[in-house]
Design a protein around this ligand. Structure first.
Ligand code: AKG
Ligand code: FE2
Length: 496
């Protein structure tokens, strides 16, 4: 397909496409230039036939040398014209056309703009930060305006207004553009009315009954509806008021926690708990393969227990897995809560592929290693799911448990292999427990999605933070309930 932005790995193909395109264009231009030269020469030939004597044509021809020259020029022109029709530029055009099929479609640009807006909001980049990023590839007023439009469509009004401001500034500085100040103003007005006319949520109505000031109501309303409360905090004089109202739990309760954790705020670990976390060498449940090469197991989180295995897979294995996946990577989807159909959404911006153990000894050996380390039955596990994230790529908070599957197919545990480091962003966070796991190449983390009682462990709600800089590769192995009856005993207690 022609969607690049949802996988940074696929974005890299664009460099090849760019090189091919410039080569084809170079060929085509030089063919055209040859033709132009021939045409110009032909024209020059015609023009240098002097027609001083045109009033007396016979005189022209009567001088044998002039006559000779005259006919010679005409023949030259004829030759040039024949040559022009002979040079075949249609081949170059065909080539150019076929290469241009690979040019990304417009929705890629929308997707990237959406990623920029998400990163900007989530990592709280203020206008100055954005400008610093922007100076490396100065955006035109039209480009700034496009980002503003996408921000508005994604209901990130704060960002939209910021980009409209940039657009205005550039227009003011006299940059050439299609967009006019008039259009910027129109969009600004429409954003304002969108914010003000948004429907009032019932919980907010109750609270606001106590306040008469209409202006405050308007601001609060937009804060609620568009989850701007975080930003409003920084508005003059609003801080105290907002804190006293505690709007945080209003809208998308998990979302604020998720975004804060992604920024590295609100990680709920304390030194006392931290001291109890240990690391050890382990041979799993006595697997012979681990006796001589024990696994490096680290307790990364206590409640719920999250273990990390260091050097779980090698760089070579990672290369094999990536190569096997590349041709299969397709936009990852989520099931629509209403229709149950698989859809592609901003909530999950990545591409993924499934690898079976028959595909390569490397996949089989990783599968075996997971069995050795966890002591769990792999016969009922799902295939390995490899994922590569895109620009601002993320996966919003979710449970790995899928509704409506037989008990034996429930995902009792998730093992997540990090196949890359990520320069900035891209952590795996657990909003209900305040945990954040940093991707570390070659390591794997594991947690149980079900309590020993078989109930869902709500502490395992987790998310993949937007990748800011870098490429993020992971592999998921979902281990299912079937076959684990004697390996992980059920218990009446809820303890993890
Ligand atoms: O990429 C990550 O950090 C987490 C991925 C994840 O949760 C999933 O694919 O279900
Ligand atoms: Fe997940």
């Amino acid at each position: 397909t022609n969607e690049f932005y949802s996988s940074t790995d696929h974005m890299t193909h664009l460099i090849g496409i760019k090189n091919d395109l410039s080569q084809c264009l170079r060929f085509y231009i030089s063919s055209l230039e040859n033709q132009m030269d021939l045409l110009k020469r032909a024209l020059q030939g015609l023009e240098c036939i002097s027609d001083d004597n045109s009033k007396d044509p016979e005189k022209l021809i009567s001088n044998p040398l002039i006559a000779y020259k005259f006919v010679k020029q005409l023949i030259n022109v004829g030759t040039a014209i024949k040559e022009i029709t002979k040079t075949n530029i249609s081949k170059d055009i065909d080539m150019l056309m076929s290469k241009s099929q690979l040019i990304p479609s417009e929705n890629n640009l929308d997707g990237i703009a959406g990623g920029i807006v998400r990163l900007q909001e989530l990592y709280r980049l203020n206008p100055e930060d954005m400008i610093k990023l922007e100076t490396q590839s100065a955006l035109s007023p039209d480009e700034c305006f496009h980002i503003a439009v996408i921000a508005q469509q994604n209901q990130k009004f704060q960002c939209a207004i910021q980009w409209l401001g940039e657009t205005m500034k550039k227009l003011h500085d006299g940059a050439k553009a299609m967009v006019t100040k008039q259009r910027v103003q129109t969009l600004l007005t429409s954003i304002q009315s969108q914010v003000v006319n948004s429907p009032f949520p019932p919980e907010a109505t109750q609270i606001l009954q106590h306040y008469d000031d209409l202006d405050l109501k308007t601001i609060l309303q937009s804060a609620y509806t568009y989850n701007l409360s975080e930003n409003i905090k920084y508005w003059d004089g609003m801080q105290h008021f907002i804190t006293s109202l505690d709007m945080s739990g209003f809208y998308n309760p998990w979302k604020n926690g998720y975004e804060a954790l992604c920024r590295g705020e609100g990680i709920k670990m304390n030194p006392k708990r931290q001291r109890k976390l240990v690391c050890r060498y382990t041979n799993g449940k006595g697997s012979p393969r681990l006796i001589y090469g024990p696994a490096k197991e680290e307790e990364e989180w206590d409640e719920p227990l999250i273990l990390r295995y260091h050097d779980f897979i090698s760089l070579n294995e990672i290369e094999v897995i990536k190569t096997l996946s590349r041709s299969k990577l397709a936009r990852a989807k989520v099931s629509d809560p209403v229709t149950g159909k698989l859809i592609s959404t901003k909530a999950r911006v990545s591409k993924s592929a499934w690898l079976s153990i028959d595909e390569s000894p490397v996949v089989a050996s990783i599968n075996q290693r997971i069995a050795d380390v966890t002591g769990l039955d792999m016969d009922t596990a799902e295939e390995l799911q490899v994922a590569n994230y895109g620009i601002g790529g993320q996966y919003e908070p979710h449970y790995d448990l899928v509704d409506g599957v037989p008990f034996t197919e429930r995902r009792i545990a998730t093992l997540l292999v990090y196949m890359s480091d990520v320069d900035v962003g891209g952590a795996t966070v657990f909003p209900n427990t305040g945990a954040a796991l940093t991707p570390k190449i070659g390591s794997a983390v594991i947690w149980f999605n079900l309590l020993k009682s078989g109930e869902e462990d709500t502490r395992t709600l987790h998310a993949a933070c937007p990748v800011f800089i870098g490429s993020k590769w992971v592999a998921n192995k979902w281990i299912c309930c079937g076959g684990q009856e004697f390996r992980r005993r059920c218990a009446l207690s809820k303890a993890g």
